[in-house]
Ligand binder design. Structure first.
Ligand code: SF4
Ligand code: ZN
Length: 292
């Protein structure tokens, strides 16, 4: 097998192309850099907070950003999930050492919380609210310009698939690679891996010796996004559909700027469209469910 670009020995195949190590890495880094500049996500002077979960996507993203010369700090949310979170944290610490970037760990336990079903909300929905809130809080309190997440084309098309099934326009509106923000205490969110596949991130992480957490979250089986990802891979084993579909969506969906009016959460003061933010509402429900 020869690399399609330079003729050397190929080590990986994606998008119908055989790549050698060097050509793949060049392609990968260029894709990240092009996505950042095309969507004006941030620049080399920006203070960038990168959310890391212990998986290959966020590890590859942080490694690539550091290599490209961005000023990054890693943020990991310890989710207080028994038999899972401690193991993941150990891996994240090793990743940070290899990447050579400062790491901050935010512990959910500090807020008296853990991931579980709360009322009608399944664990993954509760987990999502916790992560988004704590990322934004940390970024605001430490004057970061932007929050970066390792969402890939596989994630974004799975979210899109799910949003189309329930015609959830608000979610669709959030699926751009960059979500700017002019709301006080609500940081912009960037997804520089929006045009890269899961398997490309996994291969980049492997090439660069990044350890990956193999602990499985006990709630993973209830995750709809994981299920939709699998389904999309089954109908699109050659990857081209997901890439084209996302681009068609970006070119045709009538994206609108945030039109909802925000106010301050009456409990914590962070922006919300209701009287209390989702985090504070879940926290209250959590305390109610915990009270005998
Ligand atoms: Fe959170 Fe669900 Fe992922 Fe577990 S599987 S870490 S609960 S989003
Ligand atoms: Zn609040």
């Amino acid at each position: 097998m020869q690399c399609k670009l330079c003729g050397r020995e190929a080590v990986f195949k994606s998008r119908g192309i055989r790549w050698c190590r060097d050509c793949f890495e060049k392609f990968y880094l260029k894709k990240v850099e092009d996505t950042i500049s095309k969507y004006r996500m941030f620049n080399k002077d920006s203070k960038v907070c990168v959310a890391v979960s212990g998986g290959e996507d966020s590890a590859a993203l942080a490694h690539a950003l550091k290599r490209l010369g961005y000023n990054i700090t890693l943020l990991h949310i310890h989710l207080n999930i028994e038999g899972y979170s401690d193991q993941v944290l150990e891996i994240v610490e090793k990743q940070a050492e290899i990447i050579g970037a400062p790491l901050h760990v935010e512990y959910l336990e500090k807020y008296g919380l853990k991931v579980q079903r709360v009322g009608y909300r399944p664990p993954c929905a509760v987990c999502g609210v916790f992560k988004r809130y704590l990322m934004n809080k940390f970024a605001c309190e430490n004057n970061f310009d932007v929050i970066c997440t390792g969402h890939t084309i596989d994630d974004l098309t799975a979210f899109l698939f799910s949003a189309i099934l329930t015609w959830d326009i608000d979610t669709m509106n959030k699926l751009r690679p960059f979500q700017p923000s002019s709301v006080e205490n609500l940081k912009p969110k960037a997804k520089p891996l929006a045009f890269l596949l899961d398997k490309e991130n996994a291969f980049y992480a492997k090439l660069n010796g990044l350890p990956i957490a193999d602990a499985k979250c006990p709630f993973e089986l209830t995750s709809k996004v994981k299920l939709y990802k699998k389904r999309l891979r089954r109908i699109d084993p050659r990857e081209s559909f997901r890439l084209r579909w996302y681009k068609v969506f970006l070119n045709n969906f009538p994206f609108r700027e945030e039109s909802r009016s925000f106010k301050k959460c009456m409990v914590c003061g962070f922006p919300t469209v209701a009287d209390k933010c989702s985090f504070c509402r879940i926290k209250e429900l959590f305390q109610r469910y915990q009270t005998p």
